[in-house]
Each structure stands twice: as structure tokens, then as C-alpha cells.
Write a protein that binds this ligand. Structure first.
Ligand code: ELE
Length: 289
């Protein structure tokens, strides 16, 4: 078993622009602490809000520090999608991924098949499908995936049976689940997890991998429940915003903040969050040993 942990990495912003140096340092830090790969420009990375130039710069920066990166290149502008795949072709990375465009409107399924197949035809790297039906309104299930030639799927669904169905029907497909709440389970029964919490408790994920391989399921579940508490706390404030404060606090360095329309936490909110986080930080430290 691989027990792979992939972090959908945050994009640090400073004064409204991606802070590429901070991003590189953060990517290095989480990889050093046991994360296996990063997933850039995804949901947590605020990919849909990035311009083409910003995404190109992120591809270059991230691939300067690691070849263990999958880049989310999907979008609504096909010229930009093509430009990103071509940039990725020139870089040493693990793969490219895309969610289902156009996120908010339905198009016939064969358009989506053609979209993914054209990415697969153009990409020199393995291609992953990012299934996020709650976000895009379209479920790219096992029957859809069987129509295209891709390497893997990141299934963001809290329905584990849905993720398992890919494995059952398409055994050679790499299957990851993208829900933080199913991270431990995904390590055990799928190829791994794409968990946003790997941005802020990478050492706990490292420990979970050890637990998974040693069959220590009680300890694995304990770590999962701690992650759940941190994610639930962050969700109270808007998770895409709170994750910046959670990551800065738990990792001990500043990862900046999001950018509008994802607004940073207000002062009172940040204080409240950090107060509640202090106890969980202690537990995470103890548990990661
Ligand atoms: C998950 C998102 C959304 C992880 C990414 C990911 O950020 O690109 O559970 O809806 O908050 O897809 O974090 O997950 P929920 O891969």
C-alpha cells in the first residue's frame, strides 16, 4: 500500500498578489514533514480566482522546489487551459488535474468527455480528474471516467462508496478522496488522501501513515477526530479564509491571507479562532510524536 498524503496547497497572498517565496517555503516545509505531494491551484489554493499569469508563475515556482506536484489547470477559458498544460509539459512535475467546467451551468456530457480527453492528449504528464460534484454540479463518476484515458481521480465526496466504486470498476485508476473527514479511511482503503489539513498538521499525517501501515487503527482514528475538530472550527469562520490563520498558527510561520472575494478573518474572529485552536495545537503536538 502506498498511503499517500497529498496537500491541496494554499496560495499565500500578500497585498492582493500571490507570495511565491512564501508558497515555496510552505511547500518545502510540508513535504519535509511527511506530505508526499502537493496539489496546486485547487479549491484550497483558490485556483479559480487566479489569473493565467499567476497560475503560470505558481507552476514555475512550485516545480522549482519539488517534482512532487500535481497542478490543477482547469478553467473556463480553453486557451488558458492549453497554455497551462503546455507550461506543465516543460516542467518536472507529477501530473495535471482539472475539475469539471463550467462549474455553474450544464453542458452535454460529450463536451466534458472532449474537454478531458483534449487535456489528456496534450499533456505529457499523467492526468487526474478532480471530481467535486457539490462544487461543480456535475458528478464525474466511474462510468464517465471509463470514457477518457486518465491516470487518477480525486473524488471530493463524503460518500466513501462513491470513491470505492472507481476502484471496483476501474481497478488500475489511482483513487484519492478529497474530504478531510475521510483522510484516515482513504489511507486505508484507497490510494490516499488529498486533505487540506495537510497544510497545517503535516506531521500528524506522517504519523497517520505509520499507523496505517502498522494496522494501528485506534490511533489513526484518534488523529482523524482531531483533524475533524480543527476543520470544523475553521468552517465556522469560512474555511477558505480560516485555513490561512490555522496554517500560520500551527506551522509557526506566516502564510499571509486569502484575497477577495474570499475575505480574510476580521480581528475579533481571528482572536476567537486562535483561542480555541490553542488546545487543539497542544493535542496535535502530543499526537504527532
Ligand atoms: C477538497 C476541497 C473541498 C480538497 C482542494 C482539495 O482544495 O483542491 O470538503 O468541500 O471543503 O476538494 O478542500 O472540500 P470540502 O483537493
Amino acid at each position: 500500500m502506498a498511503y499517500e498524503v497529498i496537500a491541496p496547497v494554499i496560495t499565500p497572498f500578500v497585498r492582493g498578489a500571490p507570495d511565491l517565496e512564501a508558497m515555496k517555503a510552505h511547500v518545502k516545509a510540508i513535504l519535509d514533514q511527511g506530505v508526499d505531494a502537493v496539489f496546486a491551484c485547487g479549491t484550497t489554493g483558490l485556483g479559480p480566482s487566479l489569473s493565467l499569469q499567476e497560475k503560470l508563475a505558481i507552476v514555475r515556482s512550485v516545480s522549482d522546489v519539488t517534482n512532487r506536484a500535481i497542478v490543477q489547470i482547469g478553467g473556463l477559458n480553453m486557451d488558458e487551459v492549453v497554455a497551462l498544460v503546455k507550461e506543465c509539459n516543460d516542467r518536472d512535475i507529477m501530473g495535471v488535474a482539472s475539475f469539471a467546467p463550467p462549474y455553474y451551468q450544464r453542458i452535454p456530457e460529450w463536451h466534458l468527455v472532449k474537454y478531458f480527453q483534449s487535456i489528456a492528449d496534450l499533456s505529457e504528464h499523467p492526468v487526474y480528474v478532480y471530481n467535486y460534484p457539490a462544487g461543480t454540479g456535475k458528478d464525474l463518476d466511474a462510468s464517465f471516467i471509463s470514457k477518457i484515458s486518465v491516470t487518477g481521480i480525486k473524488d471530493t465526496s463524503e460518500n466513501l462508496a462513491h470513491s470505492l466504486e472507481y476502484k471496483r470498476k476501474l481497478p488500475s485508476l489511482k483513487v484519492y478522496n478529497g474530504s478531510d473527514f475521510l483522510a484516515a479511511t482513504s489511507l486505508l482503503v484507497l490510494d490516499g488522501t488529498v486533505a487540506s489539513a495537510a497544510n497545517f498538521v503535516p506531521m500528524l499525517f506522517s504519523k497517520m501513515k505509520r499507523d496505517a501501515s502498522a494496522g494501528q487503527t485506534a490511533s489513526l482514528v484518534k488523529a482523524q477526530f482531531l483533524i475533524d475538530q480543527i476543520v470544523e472550527l475553521g468552517r465556522k469562520y469560512g474555511y477558505l479564509s480560516a485555513i490561512y490563520d490555522i496554517t500560520s498558527y500551527l506551522m509557526g510561520y506566516n502564510v499571509g491571507g486569502p484575497r477577495p472575494p474570499v475575505f480574510p478573518l476580521e480581528h475579533g474572529e481571528r482572536e476567537q479562532l486562535l483561542k480555541q485552536l490553542a488546545r487543539l495545537k497542544e493535542q496535535a503536538g502530543e499526537m504527532s510524536k
